[in-house]
Ligand binder design. Sequence first.
Ligand SMILES: Nc1ncnc2c1ncn2[C@@H]1O[C@H](COP(=O)(O)OP(=O)(O)OP(=O)(O)O)[C@@H](O)[C@H]1O
Length: 257
Amino acid sequence: MITVQNLSKTYADKAVLTEASTRFPAGRVTSLIGPNGAGKSTLLMLMAGLIKPSQGAAFFEGKEVSEIPVSDYAKKVATLRQTPGFSMRLRVNELVAFGRFPHTRGLLNTEDRQIIDEALEFLSLEHLSDRYIDELSGGQRQMAFLAMTIAQQTPVLLLDEPLNNLDMKHAVQIMQALRRLSDEQGRTVILVIHDINFAANYSDQIVALKSGRIQFEGSVTETLTEERLKGLYELNFEIIDSERGRVCNYFTPHTGV
Ligand SMILES: Nc1ncnc2c1ncn2[C@@H]1O[C@H](COP(=O)(O)OP(=O)(O)OP(=O)(O)O)[C@@H](O)[C@H]1O
């Protein structure tokens, strides 16, 4: 379980996250939503231990994240950063093998190879296994990085915009995979996501940020309402519930004008 308490981050006197306190339920999918610059990635990176808080703390199983040795934390929490840069010429399966590093320190055994194959299979990437990363499309590369994160086999995954560069079919495939990680394997998934409709249909929990503060949080039905979304994004929404799920329509905010 990850919790944050009075968590704040300031850059040169500019507060980008202010007194955030919340808990992320174990084994569930939580989406961090909100407009550009709201502080979503900052909150995720603080939980990942990749940046230090100015005030307050993030906790993993009751221990302050900044006090957990990096090598131990990497076995518990895997992080996929936004647009990960990678200049080395690597094949997809070699990239995914990096996910095993916290466990193996580089020496892969048969079990590691199996886990790598399973991560590729989980995202239906077997056909790309021998392809070079720099010869993939943006979406294929994004999927390969996600496979690396999955191969790390941590109880918690922190994902910053995992749907970046993905077409609709692949976005659905990723969100279904994240649900399976939660439903079938009990893993905790916390992701930053802009597509409100994917958040609505695949999350257990929503945490909404605006101007560095948590505006609201709770279940999809509690949080993704016309009134709350209007306040968050300053757009008119129409919420449509059907048996296939909830659709938040903001595409034509000025209908009738
Ligand atoms: N290293 C940094 N130095 C200075 N300011 C930063 C730094 N990192 C982030 N910020 C600022 O913090 C604010 C929050 O950024 P953050 O990336 O957390 O927002 P976000 O909600 O993830 O945005 P987006 O949806 O656009 O990715 C922004 O105003 C950003 O410019």
